[in-house]
Structures are given as structure tokens and as C-alpha cells.
Design a protein around this ligand. Sequence first.
Ligand code: 9MG
Length: 281
Amino acid sequence: MSHIPFGRYQVPGNRALVMGILNVTPDSFSDGGRFASLDFSLSHAEQMIRDGVDIIDVGGESTRPGAPSVPLEEELRRVLPVLYALRECGTPISVDTYKPEVMREAVLAGVDMINDINAFRAPGAIDAVRDTDCALCIMHMLDKPATMQDKPAYADVVGEVIAFLRERIDALTAGGIDRRRLWIDPGFGFGKTTEHNYALLKAGRRMVLELGVPLLAGLSRKSMIGAVTGKPVEQRLAGSLGGALAAVAHGAGIVRVHDVAETVDALKVWHAANGQLSEPN
Ligand code: 9MG
């Protein structure tokens, strides 16, 4: 079986991987103080592991449109205890951050991927990850979370996103980073209309072919799912599963999701239908 280096691990290269979302933000747990929130986060991570997650993505700042930014010290207070507690959990850990200081601390805590919605554009971000073996996810975002959904406009959304990702790949490789560590992500919902999002979803294979870097897709429960199903965020499971399968059909190697158990099952059936049977756990 082929494997891909991924931080401390080798991950399977012959099937799509499921990245489970672990939000460590105050709105993601009932408020019982810091110990309760750590407990809650770890139970959630353990459940994802039982459900067959391939990578856990830990984030301390909400990236929803209009969300306020979180000060550095607060982000560190949120994510570091979780990263250290999960260090030896046997599953690759990713940290979702755009702050170079958080990247450095997360590397010391042993993370295997840095997932940067800002594509390592912050001063010092490339330096923070150069001398590590972490996988790096470069995401496209128009503007910044506070304002990105204010009338996003492109002449050619797919061409412009590819050009942006190419420029970032070049910046990272010129900065001394091995291309084999990189993943690209069109950033569904980050400064895009529904039409932009679906044009990008369909263009997954073109991105992989033109850029020569594997693709990560995050569309779980997003507005692009609500826009076609008419469902509120808490009723977007079926739509999100459809989106995950579509992303894999269009070339995604990792899908970033909230609903791990259901996505793992959906992908097992998907892969079986494409000639790759897996054994039940
Ligand atoms: C943190 N985060 C929220 N949505 C995301 C997406 O679509 N991709 C990546 N890489 N990260 C995301």
C-alpha cells in the first residue's frame, strides 16, 4: 500500500483521508471553565478516534465570516493543553492557525500538520515551519474572515485561485520547504459565493494536475451546503456527506469534516464501489 509522509506519521495514499474538526473555542463547549473545556475537547477527540478519523484538526479561533480575531495568548491557552494531551494519541494532529507564534509552539507540542487559512503569508510564518517535517495546508482566502463575504468578485474564480495557490507554493518552496509537504485548499466559503464554491469544487482535479500538490477540501456544514439543500446548519449532515463524496470524486485527498463516523462510512462505500474493499473495524 502506498503511504505519504505526514509529520511523525505515514498516512495511506490510496484512499481519501478524513480530517476531523476539533474546535477549542468558547462557543464549542458548555461553559464549565478551562478544565471542563479540556475534558470536553479530549472526549470529542477520543470519539473521533473510535470513529476512524485519520487526522484531528485543532483550532482555537473561529473562522466563520465576521468572527473576531483571538489574541495570541488566548489562542495559545486554548490549543496548547489539547495539543500536548493528544501528542501520543496515535493519530496525526493538525493545528488550524495563521499565527507564526502558535505554529512554533504547536511544532514543539509535536503536531503533524499546520493548517493555515492565510496560506503562510504572515511575516515569519514560513520561518516558523521550515525546519520541521509537518505537512502544510495552504488555503485560498479572499481578504480576511471579518470582511471576506462582502460581495466577493472574481473574473475567473478557478484561474485566480490557482494563480494564488501557485504563488504561495512558489513562496514556500523558495523559502526552503520541500514541495512534498504541501497540500492545497481552495477555501470553500472564504470570500466566495455559492457559484464560486461549486465552480471550485468541480475544478479539484484541474488544481491537482496544474499545481502538482494534493488537495484538501473543507465544506462540511458550510453555507454552500445550506444554499442547495435549504437546510439550517444543524441539518446539513446528508448534504455534507454528498459534498465530501463529490470532493473526493473531484480529486480531494483529505476531507475536513465535523461528522467523522458518517463520513468514514460514506467513504468506505465510495472506495468499495471503486474497487477498494475495506474490512469492518
Ligand atoms: C479552519 N478551516 C475552516 N474551514 C476550512 C477549510 O475549508 N479548509 C481548511 N484548510 N481549513 C479550514
